[in-house]
Write a protein that binds this ligand. Sequence first.
Ligand code: SF4
Length: 106
Amino acid sequence: MRTPAGNECPHFYGDYYRGREREECRLLPDTWSADLCATCPVPGIVRANACKDMRLDATVTRTIFNLFQRRVEVRAYCEKTNRDVAQPEIGCGECHPLPPIFEGKE
Ligand code: SF4
């Protein structure tokens, strides 16, 4: 579903039926507000990597340079290999390994 920021996000839910204005983020059920979608990395991660074994865990943080601005911080976990995924856009490399030329092995 399309977020208030205009990006497709599988975790956003909006109910506008018959004048309703209910919106929620199912990844951040308690701390979400619509402004977070503008800078949230989740839509980009999901667009880049559709791995069905990767789980995203999000928290709302504040940067040290701007304590008034809230941001979404995302951690990714692979349920197949049982390890954290350092670069969620790329994945852990188990199912879709990069060709050796991209890893500098040739
Ligand atoms: S905060 Fe992020 S995960 Fe939640 S609905 Fe907005 S874009 Fe999606």
